[in-house]
Design a protein around this ligand. Structure first.
Ligand SMILES: NC(=O)c1ccc[n+]([C@@H]2O[C@H](COP(=O)([O-])OP(=O)(O)OC[C@H]3O[C@@H](n4cnc5c(N)ncnc54)[C@H](O)[C@@H]3O)[C@@H](O)[C@H]2O)c1
Ligand SMILES: O=C(O)[C@H](O)COP(=O)(O)O
Length: 621
C-alpha cells in the first residue's frame, strides 16, 4: 500500500496532534514501517527474503546498477541501458526497497516511492535520486544532502500536462462531463439534471503563479476567463504580460472566484491554506480545483463545504493519502456527487513522461560519469563550461588536501589533525577569474577528510561538502587573487593553514605540486610518496635507497626540493621556522620519492634513524 505521508509529516511538524492514534497517522507509511524507537539492521534483511516481480535483465558484474521501482518512460532509459544495469522491479514494498538499495548507484522514481532517511542511510553506493517529475516531497532531501546524494528532478517536463489536466477538471466540473458519461453507461439520458455553467466570462482565481499556474492563466484567458492571481513571489511584469491581475491577499481573491485553482508546493505556508473560514468567504456557486498537492485544501473542511452547499463543486487530482485511506475525508471526496476526481494523473501523458524521463535519465548518465546535473534540488548550479575549466583543478585541490592531512598529521611531523583549523585556498592567474569555485571547495573538504573519515567510503561531494566541513570544524576561506604579478603558471592554487603552505598547478592533463612547506618542489601528487626532510649532504640518496632496496620497495621517481630562497623562486615567509642545522651552516631539503611497494612502520623507523634525516612522512594519494 502506498501512502502520501509527507502531508502527515508536515502536519505533525506544524501542529503536533493531541491524539497520535488517529487513523491517518497510524497508517502513515513512515510510522508503520519504522517506529521511532526501532533500529533497522539491513544485514538482517537478506535480499533472498525479498519477493517482488523484477522485469529487468540479469545483472552484469561491475556495471553500475540503477533501480527504477516505478513506471518511467523508455525514452530516457535508452540513454542508460548501454552503460548501466537497469532493474525495474514491480510491487516493491518499503521493506524490499530498504533491503535491496545498498547495491544501487542510482534510483529513479516518481511520486509513489518514499525515499526516507533510513533508505538513504542504507544506500551506501547511491550517488543520485532522480525524480521523474517536479515534486520531491516523497524524498528526504535533507538526509540525501547529509549523505552526499544528489537529488535531481525535471522542473518543467510536465508543466503542460499538469496545466491541461487542470483545464480538463475545470471543464468537467463546469459541464458535468463525468456524471453525463456515468449516467449514459447506466442506461440513463439525464439532460435537465446535468445543466452546467460556461467558463467564458467567469473569473478564474489562481493561487501560485509559478510554472503551472502561469500556463493555466494563459489557457484561462484563451477560454475567455478573467484571471486573478495571488502569489507573493510572482513578478508583476510577468503577470501583466499574461493579462493576470495580481492581488496581495486571500481575502481579496476568494470572494471573486467562480473557479479557484491552487498551484503551489505543499509547504508550511500552504498546508490547509483553504479551510472552513476561507470556503465561507467564497461564492456558493464557486468550484475549486487541486492538481498541486493534497493538503493545500483541508479535505475535511472541503467535504463539509460541499455537503453544506457553501461551495458548489471540486475537481481533484491529488490527495493527502494516495491512494486515499478508506473512509478518510479524501476517500469520501473521491465518491462525492459534487466532485470529479482522478488518481494523480496530472503528469500522466505520453509527452510529459517522455520529457521527464529524458530530463532525469540524462542527469543520471552525467552524474554517474562524474559530471554535474542540470536540475539538482540540493546542489548549486554550475555551468558546464565553467565545470570543464575547473575539472583538472578539482583533482589537484583534492590531492593537496589529502597531502596536507597525511603529511602534516604524520606522527613525525608537527601539525596534528585538520579539525578546528582555518584553511586559506588562494586562486591566482586564470583560475582567479572563475567566480563559482564550489567544486574546488568540495574537493578540498574531500581531500582533507578522506584519510581520516570513518564514513564507510562515502564520498564528500559538492552536495554535502559544506555540511561535512562544518561537522569537522573546518573553515575554508577562498581568495581570488587576480592581481598576482610575474606568475610563471597560467593558474596557481595555494593552500595555507597556520604556517603550512602547499601550492600546485596544472599542465596539460597533469597536476603538480610546486611548493611544499618552505620548499620549492615539482612532483606529481599521485601514488605512494615518501617525503624526507633532511640535511642536504652527500650520501643521503644512497643510504635511503639501500633501506628501501632491503625492504623490496621500488623507487619510481625521486625529486629534491630546495628551500624556496635557495631555488630562487621566492624567499620564505618571515617568521617561518629555520632548521637547527641551518644555524650550523647545513642546508635543509626535501627528498620526495614515488615508490611501489608497502612502506611499513619498520621502513619508516629505519629511514628516521638515518643520519641527517629530520622528518619522514609517508602519504598515499
Ligand atoms: N498533479 C500532478 O501530476 C502535478 C504535475 C506537475 C506539478 N504538480 C504540482 O504542482 C505544483 C506547482 O508546480 P510548479 O511547477 O508550477 O511549481 P513552481 O515552483 O513553478 O510554482 C509554485 C508557485 O507557488 C508560489 N507560492 C509558494 N508559496 C506560496 C504561497 N504561500 N502563496 C501563494 N503562492 C505561493 C511560488 O511563488 C511559485 O510561483 C507543485 O506542487 C507540483 O508538485 C502536480
Ligand atoms: O510532482 C509531479 O511531477 C507530479 O505530481 C507528477 O507525479 P507522478 O510522476 O507520480 O505522475
Amino acid at each position: 500500500m502506498l501512502w502520501s505521508c509527507y502531508y502527515h509529516q508536515l502536519r505533525r511538524a506544524l501542529q503536533p496532534p493531541t491524539d497520535t492514534t488517529t487513523r491517518s497517522s497510524e497508517n502513515c507509511y513512515f510510522r508503520s514501517y519504522l517506529p521511532p524507537s526501532s533500529t533497522i539492521n539491513i544485514h538482517e534483511m537478506a535480499p533472498s527474503a525479498v519477493s517482488f516481480e523484477d522485469s529487468s535483465s540479469p545483472s552484469t558484474p561491475d556495471r553500475p546498477k540503477i533501480l527504477i521501482p516505478e513506471k518511467v518512460s523508455t525514452d530516457g532509459l535508452a540513454l542508460l541501458s548501454p552503460h548501466f544495469d537497469i532493474h525495474q522491479p514491480k510491487g516493491l514494498s518499503a521493506a524490499d526497497l530498504l533491503a535491496i538499495i545498498p547495491s544501487y548507484h542510482a534510483l529513479i522514481i516518481r511520486s509513489e516511492t518514499k525515499v526516507t532517511a533510513p533508505v538513504l542511510a542504507a544506500a551506501k553506493k547511491l550517488k543520485i535520486v532522480a525524480r521523474a517529475g517536479v515534486g520531491v516531497d516523497n524524498v528526504d532531501v535533507d538526509a540525501a544532502t547529509q549523505y552526499g546524494i544528489i537529488v535531481v528532478n525535471s522542473p518543467s517536463g510536465n508543466i503542460v500536462a499538469a496545466a491541461e489536466h487542470t483545464i480538463a477538471l475545470l471543464m468537467s466540473v463546469a459541464r458535468n462531463v463525468p456524471a453525463g458519461d456515468r449516467s449514459l453507461r447506466n442506461g440513463g439520458w439525464e439532460r435537465s439534471k446535468l445543466v452546467g455553467t460556461e467558463v467564458g466570462g467567469k473569473t478564474l482565481c489562481i493561487i501560485g503563479l509559478g510554472k503551472v499556474g502561469l500556463k493555466i492563466a494563459r489557457m484561462g484567458v484563451g477560454l475567455g476567463m478573467k484571471v486573478i492571481a495571488m502569489d507573493p513571489y510572482a513578478s508583476p511584469e510577468i503577470a501583466a504580460s499574461a493579462s493576470v491581475t495580481l492581488v496581495g491577499t486571500l481575502s481579496e481573491l476568494l470572494p471573486k472566484a467562480d473557479f479557484l485553482t491552487i498551484h503551489t508546493p505543499l509547504i508550511a505556508s500552504t498546508l490547509d491554506m483553504i479551510s472552513t473560514k476561507e470556503f465561507q468567504s467564497m461564492k456558493k456557486t464557486a468550484k475549486v480545483l487541486n492538481v498541486a498537492r493534497g493538503g493545500v485544501y483541508n479535505e475535511q473542511a472541503l467535504l463539509e463545504a460541499l455537503d453544506a452547499g457553501t461551495i458548489a463543486g471540486a475537481g481533484l487530482d491529488v490527495f493527502t493519502s494516495e491512494p486515499p485511506v478508506p473512509d478518510s475525508a479524501a476517500s469520501l471526496l473521491c465518491r462525492h456527487a459534487k466532485v470529479v476526481a482522478t488518481p494523480h494523473l496530472g503528469a500522466s501523458t505520453v509527452e510529459a513522461q517522455e520529457n521527464v524521463s529524458i530530463d532525469v535519465c540524462s542527469q543520471v548518465l552525467t552524474i554517474l560519469h562524474g559530471g554535474l546535473p542540470t536540475a539538482a534540488v540540493n546542489a548549486p548550479l554550475i555551468l558546464p563550461e565553467e565545470y570543464r575549466k575547473l575539472q583538472p583543478f578539482v583533482k589537484l585541490v583534492e590531492k593537496m588536501g589529502s597531502l596536507y592531512t597525511q603529511h602534516y598529521s604524520h606522527p613525525s611531523t608537527a601539525g596534528g589533525s585538520v579539525g578546528g583549523k582555518t584553511f586559506d585556498l588562494i586562486y591566482e592567474g586564470e583560475l582567479a577569474g572563475i567566480s563559482n569555485t564550489r567544486p574546488l571547495f568540495a574537493a578540498l573538504v574531500k581531500g582533507l577528510t578522506e584519510s581520516i573519515s570513518d564514513s564507510g567510503g562515502r564520498d564528500v561531494n559538492i552536495v554535502n561538502a559544506n555540511l561535512i566541513a562544518k561537522q569537522k570544524g573546518i573553515r575554508i576561506n577562498e581568495t581570488h587573487n587576480s592581481a598576482s604579478q610575474d606568475l610563471v603558471y597560467a593558474s596557481l592554487v595555494t593552500l595555507k593553514a597556520e604556517e603550512k603552505t602547499i601550492s600546485g598547478y596544472v599542465s596539460g592533463k597533469s597536476i603538480y605540486i610546486s611548493r611544499l612547506d618552505r620548499f620549492s618542489a615539482n612532483f606529481v601528487p599521485e601514488g605512494t610518496l615518501i617525503v624526507l626532510h633532511n640535511y642536504d649532504e652527500p650520501g643521503k640518496i644512497g643510504g635511503v635507497g639501500g633501506i628501501l632496496g632491503r625492504h623490496g620497495i621500488n623507487v619510481k621517481f625521486m625529486t629534491v626540493a630546495a628551500l624556496e630562497s635557495e631555488s630562487g623562486s621566492g624567499s620564505g615567509t618571515p617568521g617561518e621556522r629555520v632548521g637547527e642545522g641551518e644555524e650550523k651552516g647545513q642546508h635543509e631539503a626535501l627528498m620526495i620519492l614515488g615508490v611501489k611497494g608497502v612502506v611499513g612502520k619498520e621502513v619508516e623507523r629505519e629511514l628516521q634513524m638515518e643520519e641527517g634525516i629530520l622528518e619522514v612522512s609517508v602519504v598515499r594519494l
